[in-house]
Design a protein around this ligand. Structure first.
Ligand code: NAD
Ligand code: MN
Length: 357
């Protein structure tokens, strides 16, 4: 029997509520499959830990996580701790320390969930956005001169390396190749930005030669927002920089119906380190403790985790169960329903137990 060691970091706000639901669903899947098991260890890191110890995680946090097969992450953010501390103290050190350079964000309209696009339903929008997760506009380079003075200058420097761009491009082409439509759109802003962005275009053309069966095209990021809104059917796999994909994936999440259903995976494709799986949303303190957090994003990212671990059949069974429950109208209030986190979770577990898929 295959056994996987999962490090769960529920952290703040609704994080513990959705991770508890996710772990219950994962255990039901393992039980149903019968050929693998999951050992889940909980880590109490986050804002409460910070209030006691002055740090979001212990100094040897990464060393503690390294032996695990995957990390299942809730959300960080507390009303009384500054956001730059919660973000830079836990999530980003894990992404950077484990070189999780591919951020993978599937988006699709689930049955039973309404898209704000008038003519779009399930099947019309089925994308995977690949976000460069290690460099680009968020590399932290830049500075401020003459702070506060009339002549003040601030710079925000984007760093693109040939190694960094080539590896994310290969990852995106490979992913596109594995999907039925074999379609990739490379997003840049190479008309206005003449250096790193032109390099992206050139490297895309080079890497494309390794994937002759993938159809690919280029889009400027501003035109891309229009195409996503007006012709969602024309897109499949999308690759973009750290900043561009950050913005495009929020738009994608909204077009698919809610932040509460949007998952993300922070992947180290070389598998030197554990990858991390999480819902895109934050700690949502406005609904914390009310029992109404939508667990679907956290279930969906669990499917991404199973896929990464090589348990594709269990991942597919999970997504089938989620779609059955959504289609049956068992939905939390953020997507127009009346169900609680618990009711959605129980329904998904029921569908897993009963599913023939
Ligand atoms: P948020 O994602 O926490 O919430 C935005 C809105 O969406 C809220 O109204 C919330 O109730 C709703 N929402 C989010 N997830 C939901 C779910 N699963 N079910 C139902 N409704 C849901 O973003 P915010 O309010 O801007 O930020 C709150 C805190 O979370 C901040 O401290 C922020 O820094 C942090 N944050 C963390 C992450 C992360 O951990 N990856 C991501 C975004 C924000
Ligand atoms: Mn964002």
């Amino acid at each position: 029997m295959r056994q996987y060691k999962i490090a769960a970091i529920p952290a703040d706000g609704i994080g513990p509520e959705v991770i508890e639901a996710g772990v219950a669903v994962l255990q039901a899947l393992a039980q149903r499959a019968g050929n693998f098991s999951l050992v889940v260890e909980n880590f109490d890191w986050g804002s409460d830990y910070y209030k006691k110890h002055g740090v979001m995680m212990p100094a040897d946090g990464l060393a503690q996580l390294k032996p695990f097969d995957a990390i299942y992450f809730g959300a960080v953010g507390a009303p009384d701790v500054p956001d730059h501390i919660t973000l830079w103290g836990l999530r980003l050190p894990i992404c950077q320390g484990f070189d999780q350079y591919a951020n993978v964000r599937p988006t699709r309209i689930l049955p039973g969930i309404a898209s704000p696009l008038r003519n779009a339903g399930p099947g019309d929008l089925d994308w995977v956005i690949v976000r460069e997760n290690s460099e680009g506009e968020y590399s932290g380079h830049g500075g401020r001169a003459h702070k506060g003075l009339p002549e003040e200058v601030g710079t925000e420097v984007a760093i693109f390396t040939r190694v960094g761009v080539t590896r994310i491009m290969r990852y995106a082409f490979r992913l596109a190749q594995a999907r039925p439509r074999k379609l990739l759109t490379v997003v840049t802003k190479s008309n206005a930005q003449r250096h790193g962005m032109v390099m992206w275009d050139e490297i895309a053309a080079e890497v494309a030669k390794e994937f002759p069966d993938v159809t690919w095209d280029k889009m400027l990021v501003d035109a891309m927002t229009v195409r996503m809104t007006l012709k969602p059917q024309s897109l499949d796999t999308i690759v973009a920089t750290n900043l561009h994909a950050d913005i495009l994936s929020d738009l994608a999440g909204a077009l698919a119906g809610s932040l509460g259903v949007a998952p993300t995976a922070n992947i180290d494709p070389e598998r030197r380190f554990p990858s991390m799986f999480e819902p895109i949303h934050g700690s949502a303190f406005d609904i914390t403790g009310k029992g109404i957090a939508n667990p679907v994003a956290t279930f969906w990212t669990a499917a991404q985790m199973l896929e990464h671990l090589g348990e594709g059949a269990a991942a597919a069974r999970l997504m089938t169960a989620v779609e059955q429950v959504c289609a049956a109208g068992i939905l939390t209030p953020d997507v127009g329903g009346k169900a609680t986190t618990r009711e959605v979770t129980d329904a998904v577990i029921g569908a897993i137990r009963g599913a023939n898929a």
